[in-house]
Design a protein around this ligand. Sequence first.
Ligand SMILES: *[C@@H]1O[C@H](CO)[C@@H](O)[C@H](O)[C@H]1NC(C)=O
Ligand SMILES: *[C@@H]1O[C@H](CO)[C@@H](O)[C@H](O)[C@H]1NC(C)=O
Ligand SMILES: *[C@@H]1O[C@H](CO)[C@@H](O)[C@H](O)[C@H]1NC(C)=O
Length: 162
Amino acid sequence: MATKQSLLAASAACISLLLLLTLASSLTAFEFCDKGKDYPVRVSGVKMVPDLVIGGEPNFFTIYASTNKTITQGKLVSAITCGSFHVHSEAEDICTLTSCPATADFEVTHQLDMPSTDPNGAYAIRMEMFGENDEELSCISLGYNLTGGLGLELNITNLFIA
Ligand SMILES: *[C@@H]1O[C@H](CO)[C@@H](O)[C@H](O)[C@H]1NC(C)=O
Ligand SMILES: *[C@@H]1O[C@H](CO)[C@@H](O)[C@H](O)[C@H]1NC(C)=O
Ligand SMILES: *[C@@H]1O[C@H](CO)[C@@H](O)[C@H](O)[C@H]1NC(C)=O
């Protein structure tokens, strides 16, 4: 049975979630992997919620896209790097990240989970969309800073010296 207190707690959680979403509603800067390419899926913006990547807490990257194709299958390949180091990559069925068939304007949301055991510092994520027959539909990348991870600032120079 829901007590008055738990209802209050739930509505407080909803209000802070709303505040979080409102505060984080601005778009994040991104780049196209190949700036000269006319990708079949055009990306107009990326939103990161929350706008800070905190170790051990999920982050959501929503890609705002449009296409004149009809996407019925495909995948999103995400790769995380720190400097020239490859940290993690994964491939997800695109139809689990958006509703298929996707056409015209659609959104793809990728969940990023950085473990709190990863060192704080500057990372980059590359998100590449593939359609049927592995056709490359789009590819973008953006940088972010990890906080709440291991307290040492990752310094590539130090790694080589060590
Ligand atoms: C579909 O999009 C591609 C790439 O953006 C473009 O080259 C092509 O002309 C478009 N086709 C139609 C029918 O709009
Ligand atoms: C990451 O942090 C550095 C140093 O504080 C800052 O210069 C840089 O703009 C930040 N990068 C992003 C993507 O926020
Ligand atoms: C990384 O470490 C090297 C050697 O200790 C130092 O010279 C350099 O300033 C450091 N870079 C940053 C970004 O802290």
